[in-house]
Design a protein around this ligand. Structure first.
Ligand code: R5P
Length: 295
């Protein structure tokens, strides 16, 4: 049966392309806020006996998660055969340990809530640091799609002689994979985080890569602190203005302005979080994962 796709705030290009690739019917819904901030949701297309795909990036998660959960519950109540979540960006993955006594390990609680409400999950490059896979915290079939092939294609056509640089050790997994695909050299910097918005970065000797275009690559830019610190150090040491390539443009605060002020030549992101820097489409990659879940 033709799957039914409800779009709860994805990039329009991603949504349209996924719909076409999956041969899905677009579900109509009404979603708005009451004056007191609560949300009103109505499904205008019946989900009865349908395989439902909720397409919902989970940036600004405290605002987006409840409407998505309400949609999932309503689909189930109204007889959907299965309800899955295609979340191009999955939130609450970075709070994966109790650093100080009493802290909430929100990644676990968030995973429990979503696992209860849904039948499957497809996402793009979740921030897996201390967790080896989503299966450690999610109790539903969960697929992680790597954006590396799409980023590699963009870099191959847009940047001459790149050297890929990850701003911290955690970024090595993404940087190494993209570098391997385009046959480029890569390295990672050392980062010390001193607070939510305060990071220090150490830049190694890049002399062996003279003549290359530095490309800073990371999974997420949130406050921009990590990437801005890396940019500033590279610029201070006389390197060419770097390209900043990232998967998820979460961009809190004035992150984009911060990166530009720190010397970014260009900023590009995947269309997993709607942002003006979106230039890399992950629809084909996501469609493969969703098809597997729909089988
Ligand atoms: C952390 O390890 C991630 O890979 C990012 O480097 C980090 O979350 C970016 O955060 P911010 O932009 O706030 O420095």
């Amino acid at each position: 049966m033709t799957p039914l796709l409800f779009d709860l705030g994805a990039h329009p290009g991603l949504s349209a392309r996924l719909q076409a690739l999956l041969g899905a019917e677009r579900g109509e819904l009404e979603l708005r806020r009451f004056p007191d901030g609560e949300c009103y949701l109505r499904l205008d297309t019946s989900p009865e006996d349908r395989a439902v795909i909720l397409l919902c990036p989970l940036d600004r998660p405290d605002q987006r998660t409840l409407p998505m959960l309400f949609a999932a519950a309503t689909c189930r109540e109204l007889g959907a055969a299965r309800v899955g979540l295609a979340a191009p960006y999955l939130a609450y993955m970075r709070q994966d340990i109790r650093f100080r006594p009493g802290e909430a390990v929100t990644s676990r609680t968030y995973a429990s809530m979503l696992s209860e409400a849904l039948d499957w999950l497809v996402t793009v490059d979740p921030h897996l640091h201390r967790y080896g896979s989503l299966d450690e915290i999610y109790r539903l079939p969960a697929r992680s799609i790597a954006a590396a092939p799409a980023l590699a294609t963009w870099l191959r056509t847009e940047v001459e002689h790149p050297v890929l640089i990850g701003p911290d050790a955690e970024s090595a997994q993404w940087v190494a994979e993209v570098a391997a695909r385009i046959g480029a050299p890569w390295l990672v910097l050392e980062k010390a985080r001193r607070g939510d918005r305060d990071v220090a970065v150490t830049v190694p000797d890049l002399d062996g890569h003279a003549g290359c275009t530095p490309v800073l690559l990371d999974d997420i830019v949130s406050t921009g602190g990590t990437m801005a610190a890396a940019l500033a150090h590279l610029r201070q040491q006389g390197y060419a203005a770097p390209v900043c390539a990232l998967v998820h443009a979460v961009f809190a605060d004035e992150a984009e302005a911060k990166l530009r002020a720190a010397g970014a030549a260009r900023i590009v992101s995947c269309n997993t979080v709607v942002h003006a820097t979106n230039a890399v489409c992950v629809a084909e990659l996501m469609a493969d994962g969703i098809r597997d879940c729909l089988r």
